[in-house]
Structure formats: structure tokens, C-alpha cells
Design a binder for this molecule. Structure first.
Ligand SMILES: NC(=O)c1ccc[n+]([C@@H]2O[C@H](COP(=O)([O-])OP(=O)(O)OC[C@H]3O[C@@H](n4cnc5c(N)ncnc54)[C@H](OP(=O)(O)O)[C@@H]3O)[C@@H](O)[C@H]2O)c1
Length: 305
């Protein structure tokens, strides 16, 4: 599979990343087995980059990954393993605690230690701060990132869901390049095309990773605001283009995202082996500029000015 360098790091990631958020399912033995099989399908299809977070399956997804590495003998040196932290769910660790973000040194260090233990790894190739903590002291957070790198727990750092100004602020205190910004990009949510996030990635050579890339097509995107009329108009154009290029709707939308010049890395979250393999078809589409704009027009409900 085509590879791209992750920002100013030495990590050569496959263009499609495999997202591990759903691989523990309901955490039953059957669901975990299905998750391991999904990981095997991804590894066999050539994906070398696996995206985690401490909170996925409350830690179970990282465990399932370690089980699959052992069971199928994935070669560690071929893998890029990413994990994230910074989100506390409600009632965690104490009943009554609200959902919140936490970039405190203690929380970050404890969380990365926990991820490494569950993943059975000595270091993460890439560590991302999951969502911007409004109470972040950027100098202190940058010092914690440096501590993670100096200790060998983490090789490279980046962020997720950061605005361009949040990225710039943290980068100004951090001595190494932040190498990735993982953000939501799909046909419903095109904020990063318009708010400077992807411009910043292109300008600084930061790798944009796209989460929930097929939201709005295969399933309603987070915070869906499309009306039934919007949905029908978009679906008509997606269907037309999918038939033209001879792929399924969601594969076509991956090609739409891949066309973005910041060289976005879509994160594929399906646990269905056929879909994990079929996603690769998006890399071979010779997708035209004209169709890209027709899709944007259908999405927006009007022509560009
Ligand atoms: N940084 C962040 O804040 C953040 C937030 C969310 C996610 N993420 C990362 O992004 C990754 C990808 O997100 P995602 O899992 O939402 O990705 P996705 O690839 O957009 O969606 C995958 C989901 O869509 C379903 N699906 C796929 N094709 C379908 C079809 N044709 N019809 C109906 N359903 C279909 C899959 O079901 P099956 O499994 O049954 O195929 C699965 O439930 C996650 O694994 C995680 O690593 C990051």
C-alpha cells in the first residue's frame, strides 16, 4: 500500500490507517475474537498503522490488539502503533465525576503507562493528545510530552481535534515537531477544510489523520445536522459517482478525502474483513477535480461562490 511519512518523523505509515476503537465490541469473547480477526485482515491487507486510545473499550481494545499480535505473529518492527489520552469519562475514577479533559502530567504519564502495559509494548510510535483540554497549561503539557520522549515511552508526539491556534500554541512550547493532527473529516463534517486546520498541516508538513471518514454515508455522522432533503441530494450524487467509478458509496467518499492536498490519512474503523480490504480500492481511483467539486456542491446544497 502507498506510504506517507508522518510529519517530520521517520514513521512511514500506510495511507490507510486501521482504527481500533471498535475491536472489542461488547467485550464478549466472541466480539474480541471478531476484533482479532479484523486486525489480521488489516495486517494481511498491508495496513501497518494501528490507531488506539486509552479509552477505547475502556482499555479492552489495546488488550485485544496485544492478543492479536501474539496470536498471529505480527512483526513489531513493521507496525506503527499510535495511542491517545486526555479524556476522562464520567464517573471515572470517582462516581459523580463529569466527562472532562485532562492534560495534567500525572494523568498523561499514568495513562501512557497503562496503554503500554495493555499493548505489551515498550514504547508507542506515536502519542496523541486526544482532545484539547481547555485547562491546558501549554508549557507544562509540552514539558510532559518531552518527558515521555526522553523516557523512551513515546517516540513521536502529535495532537487530535486541535484547532490551528491550539496547535500553534502547543508547538511554540514544544522543542520537537508535533507530527500529526487527528481530526474528523467526512462528507458531513468539512470544518477542517475551511478553518485552517488542513492548511496548517500542508504548511508545516503535519500529517492529518481523518477519523470517522465515512460518517454521513455509511451511518449518520456525529452531531448530524443534515435534513432529509440534504441527505437525499447528497446520496443522489454519491450514488451517481459510485456507479461511475464502479465502487461502493463509502469507498467513493474515501477517494474524495484522499484527494485533499494535505495528504490525509483516513482511519478505517470497520471490523468487517471484506470492508477492510475493499477500502484499498479508494487508493486506485483516478478521481477527478470536477467530481470532487460536484460532491462539495451536493454536500453544501449550493455552488461555490
Ligand atoms: N481522535 C478522535 O477523536 C477519534 C474519534 C473517533 C474515532 N477515532 C479513530 O478513528 C477510527 C475510525 O472511526 P470509525 O470507526 O468511526 O470509522 P469509519 O470507518 O468511518 O466507520 C466504521 C463503522 O462504520 C460501519 N460501516 C462501515 N461500512 C459500512 C457500510 N457500508 N454500511 C454500514 N456500516 C458500515 C462499520 O461497521 P462494521 O464494523 O460492522 O463493518 C463501523 O461500525 C476509530 O477506530 C478510531 O481509531 C478517533
Amino acid at each position: 500500500m502507498e506510504k506517507v511519512t508522518i510529519g517530520k518523523s521517520s514513521l512511514e505509515s500506510t495511507r490507510l490507517v486501521y482504527g481500533c476503537m471498535r475491536i472489542a465490541g461488547d467485550n464478549s469473547p466472541e466480539a474480541r475474537k471478531r476484533g482479532r480477526e479484523a486486525l489480521k485482515a488489516a495486517y494481511d491487507a498491508g495496513y501497518n498503522h494501528f490507531d488506539h486510545a486509552d479509552i477505547y473499550g475502556a482499555g479492552a481494545c489495546e488488550e485485544v490488539f496485544a492478543e492479536a499480535v501474539e496470536e498471529f505473529g505480527f512483526e513489531r518492527e513493521k507496525l506503527i502503533v499510535t495511542s491517545k489520552c486526555g479524556i476522562h469519562f464520567e464517573d471515572s475514577p470517582n462516581a459523580g465525576d463529569p466527562k472532562r479533559y485532562d492534560f495534567s502530567r500525572d494523568h498523561i504519564l499514568r495513562s501512557v503507562e497503562g496503554s503500554l502495559k495493555r499493548l505489551k509494548l515498550d514504547s508507542l510510535d506515536l502519542f496523541l493528545l486526544h482532545r484539547p483540554d481547555y485547562l491546558m497549561d501549554a508549557a507544562a503539557t509540552a514539558a510532559t510530552l518531552q518527558e515521555l520522549v526522553d523516557s523512551g515511552m513515546v517516540r513521536n508526539c502529535g495532537v487530535s481535534n486541535f484547532s490551528p491556534s491550539q496547535f500553534r500554541m502547543l508547538q511554540s512550547f514544544y522543542g520537537q515537531p508535533l507530527v500529526a493532527n487527528q481530526v474528523e473529516i467526512n462528507i458531513h463534517n468539512v470544518d477542517t477544510l475551511k478553518d485552517g486546520t488542513l492548511d496548517q498541516c500542508q504548511e508545516l508538513g503535519v500529517a492529518p489523520m481523518a477519523w470517522c471518514p465515512i460518517g454521513g454515508v455509511a451511518y449518520p455522522a456525529w452531531g448530524n445536522t443534515f435534513s432529509p432533503e440534504d441527505e437525499a441530494r447528497i446520496k443522489k450524487e454519491v450514488d451517481r459517482q459510485a456507479a461511475k467509478y464502479g465502487v461502493e458509496d463509502w469507498v467513493l467518499i474515501l477517494a474524495w478525502i484522499l484527494k485533499l492536498p494535505a495528504r490525509v490519512l483516513p482511519i478505517i474503523g470497520s471490523t468487517t474483513p471484506e470492508r477492510i480490504r475493499a477500502a484499498l480500492q479508494s487508493l486506485d481511483l483516478e478521481y477527478s477535480r470536477e467530481d470532487w467539486y460536484l460532491m462539495l456542491e451536493a454536500r453544501d446544497g449550493n455552488a461555490v461562490p
